[in-house]
Design a binder for this molecule. Structure first.
Ligand SMILES: CC(C)(COP(=O)(O)OP(=O)(O)OC[C@H]1O[C@@H](n2cnc3c(N)ncnc32)[C@H](O)[C@@H]1OP(=O)(O)O)[C@@H](O)C(=O)NCCC(=O)NCCS
Length: 189
């Protein structure tokens, strides 16, 4: 298990699947990701079976949040599209339970994932794709030091309009410089 302050990341279990079906059928949640067709439990089961064939480092992780002495499953995240030679991977995050949006948990999860990427997986670069309309997600990524690396024009289509997909990335040395700066700032306080 990977622990943050309020969240933990763990393997996805079969019992989690019904929650994913609810979240992935929610138009507000789906707007930020590439899924646009309704999803059923059979498809979700199929996805779960497929995951077991993937190498462990490439399987998404469940995000749980601590509420008192309980852990509540609120979403998933993880790395995929690994390039082992160039040491990079794509990152994805989904907080499907909207009751937990806006509480800093997306930001905390991203911080935990970046530390895991650079300190455990020894990646050189982490990148992601975000729709231009997903200003909430874009705000988090910029705040954490991701830079815009490119823009795929009219790459996506939703709600009757084309929109750009923005590719954002952060290098290990940029992340480490940021960590060192934060330590200095804390030292001064
Ligand atoms: C994107 C997502 C992970 C954010 O999670 P979250 O827990 O709500 O995020 P946080 O509470 O940590 O941070 C939200 C930040 O966005 C800001 N924000 C909220 N709405 C915003 C908007 N419409 N435009 C810009 N910024 C916005 C908040 O002020 C906050 O920033 P701050 O901490 O600097 O004040 C979550 O909404 C989600 O999973 N959405 C559905 C799937 C998705 O879009 N995934 C990302 C695909 S690239």
């Amino acid at each position: 298990l990977i622990y943050g302050q309020k969240i933990r990341l763990r393997a996805i279990e079969r019992d989690d699947l019904p929650r994913f079906v609810v979240w992935l059928n929610d138009p507000e949640v789906r707007a930020g990701i590439s899924r646009f067709l309704p999803i059923g439990s059979a498809e979700e089961e199929h996805w779960f079976e497929g995951l077991q064939q993937e190498p462990a480092y490439q399987r998404p992780l469940a995000i749980d949040v601590r509420e008192g002495d309980r852990w509540i499953h609120i979403g998933s995240c993880g790395f995929f599209n690994f390039n082992l030679q160039a040491r990079n991977a794509e990152l994805g995050i989904l907080i499907g339970n909207k009751d937990f949006w806006g509480r800093g948990l997306g930001t905390e999860t991203m911080c935990v994932l970046l530390e895991y990427a650079f300190q455990t997986l020894n990646l050189h670069r982490v990148y992601l794709r975000v729709y231009q309309s997903n200003t909430r997600a874009g705000h988090i990524y910029r705040k954490l030091g991701f830079l815009e690396e490119g823009r795929l024009r009219d790459d996506a289509f939703s709600a009757g309009a084309y929109q750009d997909t923005i590719v954002m990335g952060i290098l290990g040395r940029e992340w480490r410089a940021q960590q060192a700066d934060e330590k200095v700032q804390h030292g001064k306080q």
